[in-house]
Every structure is written in C-alpha cells, then in structure tokens.
Design a protein around this ligand. Structure first.
Ligand code: MSP
Length: 506
C-alpha cells in the first residue's frame, strides 16, 4: 500500500478576497502535494474557508448580506483562483458545512466532559479585527500588539479551556520533537511564549451569534479559532473513525503564515491533548510578503491580486516566482521588476532555451527520432551524475520546505545542460559523419537530463512541464517512483518545443 501524506493550508477568512499572501501558502502546499504524489504517496491535500466569527458577521452587515450569503459569494472567488492556479487539493472544507459543525460540537463536548472546559467569566482587552483577547501587559501603547488598532474592554460569561494545565506537556513535546515547529527561529519564539506561562483560554462568546452554538447552551457560540482549527480533523470525518481519519491523522504538515503560528503551535496541540488525540507532526510557518518595499494593506491600495498577475505573466511564472524568490520561512518583497527578471532569465533564457535548442537539434540531426547513446565519456557522465544527484537534493529540500533551494538545485542542472551543449558543440559534430555516434550520445544525454528535470518540475510548473514532456515524447511514465537515468527510450519521437516562456519586454 502507498504511504500516506496529509498536508493542509490555513482555511481563509471570507471577509477578504484572495490576495498574494493566500496564494503563497496554497501554491507551496500544492507543490508539496504534487511532489509527494510523484514520489508515490497517497496524498490528502486540504484547504478551505473560515466562515464564522464576528469579523465575517460585521463584513456581512456592511455589505448588506447575511453572513452565509457573503461566505457563499466570497468562497467562489477562492475556489476559482485555486482552479486557475492549478491547485490540486483533494478537499475543500467550509466551516459552515454540517460535517464540520458536527465535529466541532463533538470535540467541545468531549473536552467539557473530560473536565478541561469550564464555565467562568472573562474580562480583558479584545481586538475585534484579530478576534483576540489581550492582557493589559500585552498591549502596546494601549493598542493591539498585532495590528496596532484600538482594543475594547470586554466582560462576558465564557467557557474556558484549561490550557494552563497543558503547559508542561506541550513544552516537553516541543523539546522532544525538534521538527515539530519550523523554522527554528519561530520554534524558539514559541518556546519562550510557553515558558512565560499559559493562561486558560476563553473559547466561547455571547456578544454575537454567527458561529457554532455551544452544545446545550446556545447563548454561547464557540470561539472562531477553536472552530477553525478543528477543520483539520473534521475534514477527515472526525468524530467518526473513518478510513480517511485512520489513514491520514496525524497530519504530516500544517503550512501556515507566521502570524498564526501561536494558534497552531500552542492552542491546537493543547486542544488535541485534552481530547486525547495525536498531535501534528509538523507546523511550518512561512514569512510575509511586502509589496515594492511596503506592507501590503487595503489602505495603501497595494494589495496584489493574484488573478491580475496570472493575466499578465501566466500561472507557472507566478508559481515559480513565489517559491523561488524568497526562502520559505523568511519575509520577502514582491516587485514586478523582480518577477519580470525571473521570467526572462530563469524561465525564458535558461529553462525555455535549453529545451527549444535541444529539441530543435534532435529534429534537425535525427529527424526527431531519438538515437541510442554510445559509451558515455567524462562530460556525459558528469551531466548524468549532476542530474541524478539533483533528485536526492530536491527530496531533502522539500522535506525541509526549502522550495527555493530545491529550485536552485534544479536550475544548476539546467545551467549544466546549457553549458554541455556549448562545450560539446553538436553543430560541429554534425558536420562529420564519422562523429554521428558521438552526436547521438550528446543528444541522448541532453534530452534525458531534461526529461528528469521536467518530471520533477511538474510539481512546481505543472502546465509547462507537461508541454516539455510532450515534446520529449515522454509517455505515461511521469512519476519519480523507480525513476533512473536511461528511462528515455531509443526511437522516441521528439518534437521541437515552442518557447515555454516568451520574454517580457520592459
Ligand atoms: N482564518 C485564519 C486561519 C485559520 S486556520 C485554522 C486566517 N485567515 S486569513 O485569511 O486571514 O489568512 C490566511 C493566511 O494568509 C495566513 O497564513 C497569513 O499568514 C497569510 N497572509 C496574509 N497576508 C500575507 C502576506 N502579506 N504575506 C504572506 N502571507 C500572508 O488567518
């Protein structure tokens, strides 16, 4: 049986339309999902939408809609964008779905019955946009430490989760599982946060109604983060012991942005501990994008709309840029100039040229029928070795979410291919019929290296890789399982590849 691999993105709030930050996590998750499928895994890739809470309720009131009408409208924008971006999710969960609401009510009741949820009274500073309570000492100049907006004092009857009880157990888990929270810098922040002491967490609200009612006390709705985090198990069928649940939980990796790490690395694991469920294997927090040097915000009107980027540059160029430009885990800056630079140099020049040059030569010198190679010389063997080593390097990088490094390793092989053409000068070999065998070997190595490159690249640039593999005459064997040099067969028909990426002027 295939090994299982479960990965998730955050579920996105429907009070905002999708922007580049949402696309970033989702594209990264898609690359990982596609890569794991290529490696023979049975992958469950989940994304979805977070539709409850005061934020959504307020946005709906402003828009003159019910919260569900708003959610129905905005969720389509997300789903349409994921389709355009080639996102291969297996499931899309909405927190307003029955399957989810049922599971959330169940886990709440379960923890309540076990004694780790109790009814009390809450008074503290609340930031509505962030849906977060803050203590006096956490405020910065009397404002929300996350978004710097004003906070208000709220007192309400509330159900509490006994998070304080799990402080030592959580710390012990983080310390004994070095890969649980990544990257390392973020792990250290969480360790310090937990060591400062965990307070019990208010997990219900009575000041608004748009949420999942607390079982047997519907004056309360369940706190939106308690509701939202549970999506990762309700999608698998929890509380039923479904085949999916048994096969895919615990999750292999939750991919998230750094701003929501505390919810995933502190709240979520302690909820799971209280419910007696296994913890996620890994939570990986990526950095944030600024736009042309500035924070992205509605008020600055610089929000980058992914559909606009796709219209202008194409899907695969956007996917490539997002993952190549900045190491996953660090903050980075988006600019049109750097995107155009990446397209022209990496995609048009290096990747596209290599394929069109080599397929054109195969057509010209061998009528597009791939010849068998003769004995490989030193430079052929060097290209073969580089290509083979790259497969292992990429695997290591992707296990560490080092997408940019993985792409660098692939591009080293592409550069090596371009250099190999220049050094072996097929056009000179072609002039001498006695060197036909040597020419055949060069063509074989060149095309075989690219077949392997494009199979791996199909995780990153699915449409581009498909075109490339078609022109390389690659049939159904587009998987990495058991893949080795030599898979390209003598006699395969090679067709001249069109430019994969047109250069962008200005
Ligand atoms: N609904 C919650 C998540 C619940 S998960 C159980 C939420 N939604 S969100 O729509 O506000 O944000 C989702 C993601 O977008 C977060 O991971 C956040 O880091 C990411 N980004 C928002 N702006 C971003 C950038 N400027 N750059 C990169 N990612 C950014 O939070």
């Amino acid at each position: 049986m295939k090994p299982a691999f479960y990965l998730t993105t955050p579920i996105y709030y429907v009070n905002d339309v999708p922007h580049i930050g949402h696309a970033y996590t989702t594209v990264a998750a898609d690359v990982l999902a596609r890569y794991k499928r290529l490696m023979g895994y049975d992958v469950y890739f989940l994304t979805g939408s977070d539709e409850h809470g005061q934020k959504v309720e307020k946005a709906a009131t402003t828009a003159g809609e019910t919260p569900l009408e708003l959610a129905d409208r905005v969720v389509k924008r997300f789903q349409a964008l994921w389709e355009r971006l080639g996102i291969s999710n297996n499931d899309f969960i909405r927190t307003t779905q029955e399957r989810h609401k049922k599971g959330v009510a169940h886990i709440f009741k379960d923890i309540l019955e076990k004694g780790d949820i109790y009814l009390g009274e809450y008074e503290d500073w609340y930031c509505t946009p962030c849906e977060t309570f803050w203590t006096e000492t956490q405020l910065i100049d009397g404002r929300c430490p996350d978004c710097n907006r004003p906070v208000e004092k709220l007192k309400e009857e509330s159900y509490f989760f006994r998070m304080s009880k799990y402080q030592d157990q959580l710390l012990a888990h983080i310390e004994s599982h070095p890969d649980f929270i990544q990257p390392k810098s973020k792990r250290n922040e969480i360790i310090s946060f937990v060591k400062e002491g965990l307070r019990d967490l208010s997990i219900s609200r009575t000041t608004f109604t748009w949420g999942i009612p607390v079982p047997d006390n519907d004056r309360h709705v369940i706190y939106v983060w308690f509701d939202a985090l549970t999506n990762y198990i309700t999608a698998l069928g929890y509380p039923e012991a479904t085949d999916d649940y048994k096969r895919f939980w615990p999750v292999n990796v939750h991919l998230i942005g750094k701003d929501i790490l505390r919810f995933h690395a502190v709240y979520w694991p302690t909820f799971l501990m209280a419910a007696g469920l296994p913890l996620p294997e890994k939570v990986f927090a990526h950095g944030w994008w600024t736009i042309e040097g500035q924070k992205m915000s509605k008020s600055l009107q610089n929000v980058v709309e992914p559909n606009m980027l796709i219209d202008k540059y194409g899907v695969d160029a956007v996917r490539y840029f997002l993952l190549r430009e900045v190491p996953f885990g660090l903050d980075g800056d988006f600019s049109h100039a750097s995107l155009v630079q990446r397209i022209n140099s990496d995609l048009a020049n290096d990747l596209g040229n290599l394929l069109s040059r080599s397929t054109a030569m195969a057509v010209k010198y061998f009528n597009g029928i791939l010849p068998a190679p003769a004995v490989l010389n030193e430079s052929d063997l060097a290209l073969k070795r580089r290509t083979e080593e790259m497969i292992a390097t990429v695997d290591g990088c992707l296990n560490d979410m080092a997408f940019s490094k993985a792409l660098q390793a692939i591009w080293e092989v592409i550069s090596a291919g371009n250099k190999y053409i220049d050094e072996s000068a097929p056009w000179t070999l072609a002039k001498d019929p006695a060197l036909k065998e040597r020419l055949a070997t060069v063509m074989y190595c060149l095309l075989e290296s690219q077949r392997i490159v494009h199979i791996i690249l199909s995780a990153f640039l699915p449409a581009t890789a498909e075109k490339a593999l078609d022109s390389l005459g690659c049939g159904e064997e587009r998987s990495l399982v058991g893949m080795a040099w030599g898979g390209l067969r003598e006699g395969t028909t090679i067709t001249k590849a069109e430019a994969l990426f047109p250069r962008i002027e200005g």
